[in-house]
Ligand binder design. Structure first.
Ligand code: NAP
Length: 304
């Protein structure tokens, strides 16, 4: 294998879109951040930072299935209150716009209250990135653009992004926005290829938006396959994992980051040792042939 066969590594750090902050190649997510003591939660945050992860992704709804609405943000707020120095070491991203029982509201009045409520729970005066969690098709993109601009102008939000938007929804919002839309957060993994197929990764490269990949291990199914297709994807990832002496989970994370958009996989593990390993995206080198072998396993049929 010559060096020219190898796909470029993702950069160790990079700007979050145009105008966003500098962030690590991998992020850590707090969807499952619940039920831990403040001391345990602090240890998890520190292990992610010690592993080189600087981008932390949460949302106002996280914790809703466990300790209640807002509990993941509140727990992180308690971690910051106990150690003020930690907050300044990380790039904080949160989301809003999901309303239990509605289910989406991106109206100016609702989003303004949602941002204030997140900041209060997090015990911070601003977040570096604020994302619309899911598209509210009943809000005109021009109104949404004004709301997001107001949020940045207020200083409560450093930059804005979206999650689970289609490429057309992103284009419509960008059309009206006078500030950069720095990131998009779709589900993306070797088990969920939609952003690769619907043009989302292509538009992100064109528009210099960062792509944050949620559930990069398919919510754990890549580590513990339950279907024949999941097993085939796991087997394809194991070829490179075994050859390079890394876990299948790290191979799956690095497969995502090896795409030229260099998507930032958001590791969801709440295990300090796993978080430390998953941050080592640059420990894995992919050849073009190996990368396409995983894609072929994921699609379940040979490429034309
Ligand atoms: P994931 O990394 O795909 O899955 C993490 C889960 O896999 C954890 O329960 C973890 O358990 C388990 N797991 C089992 N074996 C593992 C191994 N060998 N290595 C690592 N993990 C293993 O991610 P996710 O938690 O589903 O999602 C990640 C983040 O994406 C969330 O925290 C959130 O920030 C974001 N997200 C966003 C949206 C959205 O709509 N925008 C939706 C879902 C998620 P352990 O904890 O025991 O390691």
């Amino acid at each position: 294998m010559s060096d020219t066969d190898l796909l470029p590594l993702p950069p160790e750090t990079r700007l979050l879109g145009e105008g966003g902050p500098q962030v690590s190649a991998a992020a850590w997510g707090m969807w499952r951040f619940a039920g831990a003591s403040v001391a345990q939660a602090t240890r998890l945050v520190e292990s992610a930072l010690d592993a080189g992860i600087t981008l932390f992704d949460t949302a106002d709804i996280y914790g809703v299935d466990g300790s209640g609405w807002g509990s993941a943000e509140s727990l992180l707020g308690e971690v910051f209150a106990a150690d003020r120095g930690l907050r300044d070491r990380l790039v904080l991203a949160t989301k809003g716009g999901i309303v239990m029982g509605v289910p989406y509201d991106s109206s100016p009045a609702y989003l303004a209250t949602a941002i204030d409520a997140s900041l209060a729970r997090l015990q911070v005066d601003h977040v570096e990135l604020w994302q619309i969690h899911r598209p509210d098709v009943l809000t005109h993109p021009e109104d949404l653009a004004r709301t997001l601009e107001d949020a940045v102008r207020s200083g409560k939000v450093g930059a804005v992004g979206v999650s689970n938007f289609t490429p057309a929804q992103i284009d419509a919002l960008r059309h009206y926005l006078d500030i950069p839309l720095v990131s998009t957060q779709p589900e993306f993994s070797a088990l969920h290829l939609q952003p690769l197929e619907d043009g989302q990764l292509d538009s992100a490269m064109r528009d210099r938006m960062a792509v944050l990949a949620w559930s990069p291990l398919g919510g754990g199914r890549i580590a513990a396959p339950g279907t024949a297709r999941e097993q085939e994807v796991a087997d394809a990832l194991d070829v490179i994992a075994n050859a390079q002496g890394v876990s299948r989970a790290l191979a799956a994370m690095s497969w995502i980051a090896a795409h030229p958009a260099h998507p930032i996989p958001i590791a969801g593990s709440q295990n300090a040792d796993r978080i430390a390993e998953l941050a080592k995206l640059r420990a894995v080198r992919w050849t073009r042939r190996q990368w396409y072998a995983v894609l072929t396993a994921a699609q379940g049929e040979p490429l034309p």
